[in-house]
Write a protein that binds this ligand. Structure first.
Ligand code: DHB
Ligand code: FE
Length: 302
C-alpha cells in the first residue's frame, strides 16, 4: 500500500523564484534565505518520495475570478508552468500521477469532501517556488507531483478545521492505494504577509513562531483559529497558512499514531513582502501507519 512518509511546509514568495532563475542566490539579501534550505535539499536528496501531494493556492492564474473551486485536485498526467506576466519560469513542467490522483479524488469525495476535478491546469508560483526551494534547479523534477489547489484568494475560504479534516481524509485515501508508493504531503503559502492596503508589508514574527509551535505540537487546537485572527494578526495573505493544516492533518498522530519528528525548522525575514517559514516533519518510523483500518475507506468500498 502507499504510505505518507513526511510533510513539508514552506512559503512561496514569487521573488524567491525570480532570485533563483536570475542567479541571485548568493547576493547578500538572498543568501541567508537560501542557506536555510540547504539542509532541506540534502534531506530531500536522501528522502525523495515517489509522489508529492502538493497543497497550494492558485493566484487567479489557472482559475480566474470567473470560477473559484474551494478544493481542486489535479488529475492530469502533466501540468505546464504558468505565465504570470513575465513568461513561464524556466523550470521543468510538472509530471503528475493521474492514477493516484483519481484514486484520492474517489476516496476523498466518498469521505464527503466535494473536490473539483481538474484535468488541465497551469501551475503558478504557489506550486513551482516550493519545488525550487526543496530541489534547486534540476532538469526534471525528481518525482511526480499531484497539485491540490485550495481557495485562499476569495472569501469565503475553508476553515482550519475543514483543512485539518481534509488532510486526514487524504491520508486515508493514500493508505488505501494499492501500490507501494512513498508519498509526501506539502502545505505551502504564508507566513505573515499583507500585499495591499494601509497595512501592506505587515510581518508578525511572534504570530508566525507561535503558529509553527502549534502546528508541530497542537494542530487540533490550532485548527480552531478563526479566519479573522489570521487576517488581523498575520495580514490579509496570512490566511494562506490554513493550507498547512491540510498537510498536518495527513500525519499519523492525527489518526492515532505517533507524533512526527521535526527534521528541520527555519524562519527568515525579509523575503519580498513575506515572512518565510519552513518545516519538515517526518513520520516517526517512515512506515505505513496501521493504527486504523485503511481498507474501510478504499476507493469504492464505503
Ligand atoms: C508575495 C507573496 C505571496 O504569497 C504572493 O502570492 C505574491 C507575492 C510577496 O511577498 O511579494
Ligand atoms: Fe501567495
Amino acid at each position: 500500500m502507499a504510505h505518507v512518509s513526511a510533510s513539508v511546509y514552506t512559503s512561496h514568495v514569487p521573488a524567491i523564484g525570480a532570485a533563483l532563475d536570475l542567479g541571485k542566490v548568493d547576493e547578500p539579501y538572498w543568501q541567508p534565505l537560501f542557506a536555510g534550505y540547504e539542509p532541506s535539499k540534502e534531506w530531500m536528496r536522501e528522502n525523495t518520495p515517489d509522489v508529492i501531494f502538493l497543497v497550494f493556492n492558485d493566484h487567479a492564474t489557472a482559475f480566474s475570478l470567473d470560477m473559484i473551486p474551494t478544493f481542486a485536485i489535479g488529475t492530469a498526467p502533466s501540468f505546464a508552468v504558468a505565465d504570470e506576466g513575465w513568461g513561464p519560469r524556466p523550470v521543468p513542467d510538472v509530471v503528475g500521477d493521474a492514477d493516484l490522483a483519481a484514486h484520492v479524488a474517489h476516496s476523498v469525495i466518498q469521505q464527503d469532501f466535494d473536490l473539483t476535478i481538474v484535468n488541465k491546469m497551469d501551475v503558478d508560483h504557489g506550486l513551482t517556488v516550493p519545488l525550487s526551494l526543496m530541489f534547486g534547479q534540476p532538469d526534471e523534477w525528481p518525482c511526480r507531483v499531484i497539485p491540490f489547489a485550495v481557495n485562499v484568494v476569495q472569501y469565503p475560504v475553508p476553515s482550519g478545521k475543514r483543512c485539518l479534516d481534509l488532510g486526514r481524509a487524504i491520508r486515508r485515501a493514500i493508505e488505501s492505494y494499492d501500490e507501494p508508493l512513498n508519498v509526501q504531503i506539502w502545505g505551502t503559502g504564508g507566513m505573515s504577509h499583507q500585499l495591499q492596503g494601509p497595512r501592506a508589508g505587515l510581518i508578525n514574527a511572534e504570530f508566525d513562531h507561535a503558529f509553527l509551535d502549534d502546528l508541530i505540537a497542537d494542530p487540533e487546537q490550532l485548527s480552531n483559529k478563526p479566519h479573522i485572527d489570521y487576517v488581523r494578526e498575520a495580514g490579509s495573505e496570512g490566511i494562506e497558512l490554513v493550507m498547512w493544516l491540510v498537510a498536518r492533518g495527513a500525519m499519523a498522530d492525527l489518526a492515532g499514531g505517533a507524533p512526527p519528528t521535526v527534521r528541520h525548522r527555519f524562519y527568515h525575514v525579509p523575503a519580498s513582502n513575506t515572512a518565510v517559514g519552513h518545516l519538515i516533519l517526518e513520520e516517526s518510523d517512515g512506515s505505513p501507519d496501521l493504527s486504523h483500518d485503511a481498507a474501510a475507506v478504499a476507493g469504492g468500498v464505503q
